[in-house]
Design a protein around this ligand. Sequence first.
Ligand code: SAM
Length: 251
Amino acid sequence: MQCIFPRDLNIVSLLLPNSKTDHLPKLLLIPTPIGNLDDVSPRVREALANADVLLAEDTRHTGKLLSLLGLKNKMVSYHKFNEHRQLEHFIDLIQEHNLVGLVSDAGTPGISDPGFLLVKHCVENEIEVECLPGPTAFVPALVVSGLPCDRFCFEGFLPVKKGRKKRLESLKEEKRTMVFYESPYRIGKCLEEFAGYFGSDRQASVSRELSKKFEETRRADLKTLAEHFSGSKNKGEFVVVVEGKKEDQDK
Ligand code: SAM
């Protein structure tokens, strides 16, 4: 069993203690802050510094983060508009290098962000894949919601038009706590819709601006939350956590 004592923390690096240099090349998923630069861990900083190439959702955005950290990397664009078309190119790129990092604009790549397709193909091509633990918006929102977090389902962004009703219909019977991502422009309407599908008195929690100066979490029934967030003046980024259907509501 591996044990890391506090005095060892300064040697936690890409090579120690999780050394797998014999398995290179490797795709390393690197989580970046969802709003607070202090959430860059020493391991994340070191991974960014050591990556031979960084696949970045938005190279300008990641460039700013790198410059705040005093780093400079070779970057290649990797986003939802080229991930299918250039998949073979990305696989070749990883195979040609020792360590290729993947970053999205915020949080963990692959979580409502590009990443899945590349990971799937790396796995199929027997390329090692690792993900550093780090920021992601749904975990803090879920654990502060006060709703059960032993079992939950992550729904991310619901389809905006096609397929939305069908998805919401299927979630009516969901007993686990449900977690959604939503934009500030649609949050009010979305909560209103949830109240219609899941019931006005279903408990929920809305977290905004997690890890930022104006972080806020509101917990109430869906009707109350929908009323609070109605209108168009909502700012920031939102995670909505909704209580699952209670067992006794089956009867
Ligand atoms: N990859 C990210 C993650 O690991 O959470 C998610 C990226 S997704 C494109 C962006 C959505 O995540 C936002 O619309 C919002 O729903 C949620 N989000 C990201 N940062 C947030 C924050 N600081 N506070 C609340 N929600 C956030």
